[in-house]
Design a protein around this ligand. Structure first.
Ligand SMILES: [Zn+2]
Length: 240
């Protein structure tokens, strides 16, 4: 499976260099995640220098950060892999003893479940003009939605959850990441000020940061990313 996946990646790279139209389809087919912010190894990296406002180095081996109450079986079910496979890959001597915050590696070949289905689980984090959509941009892929708003405008949590990151991240500038349901997260970049701290529980619509232009950014805006069950998606269909 690993070898097949590697060959697919090689092919993807080759196709990407030959036919941008085909390459455009590829990001949808690969598990992508901003979990590479958890600064650990990544088996393969797609480097993209064309995105002007975000660090979109992509880890192709997905990680899942355990939340309190998670069980290995539940995580395995969500990513559609055998829990024994997960236990083995993660060298878990006792799969019943997961700790909150622990990183679970999800095998590259694992299937990524489709989106939540309801299509409207998240609130708009800020009201403003969309200046760049999710998708192919120049020679790179833009994994977020850019929404321009005046400096200092409130950025609100798209859904309730736990803040897993609040601080500075190269490229993203001042950044907040919120963990929602199993494997789902939202990311808010380029803030001028972060108003929450890691570990804090936030509710939908709560002000978590203020619009800024920090990191790789050319003007005040929010770079918003949504990861649904371990995979970055176009946020728009999920926003209400
Ligand atoms: Zn952006």
């Amino acid at each position: 499976m690993g070898l097949v996946f590697f060959l697919c990646l090689t092919l993807a790279g080759w196709v990407g260099s030959v036919d941008p139209l085909l390459a455009r389809l590829l990001p949808e087919n690969f598990p992508v995640s901003f979990s590479n912010l958890v600064e650990e190894r990544s088996e393969a990296v797609l480097v993209n220098n064309y995105d002007s406002d975000a660090d979109i180095t992509t880890s192709l081996t997905r990680q899942y950060r355990v939340r309190s109450g998670d069980t290995l079986r539940q995580i395995a079910r969500n990513f559609q892999v055998d829990w024994r496979n997960l236990a083995e890959k993660n060298e878990l001597s006792n799969p019943n003893l997961l700790q909150a915050g622990q990183i679970i590696w999800i095998p590259s070949g694992a299937r990524v479940p489709s989106g939540s289905g309801s299509g409207s689980d998240y609130a708009w984090p800020v009201i403003g003009r969309i200046t760049s959509h999710y998708g192919y941009r120049g020679l790179g892929f833009h994994y977020g939605l850019d929404i321009a708003a005046p400096l200092g405008t409130a950025i609100r949590a798209a859904a309730s959850g736990i803040v897993s990151f609040a601080g500075w991240k190269s490229g993203y500038g001042y950044l907040v990441i919120i963990e929602h349901d199993l494997g789902s997260r939202s990311l808010y970049a380029h803030a001028s000020q972060v108003l929450v701290h890691s570990g804090e529980r936030v509710s939908t619509g709560q002000v978590i940061a203020e619009i800024g232009s920090t990191g790789r950014s050319t003007g005040p805006h929010l770079h918003f990313e949504l990861e649904v069950r371990g995979r970055r998606v176009n946020p728009i269909p999920y926003l209400w």
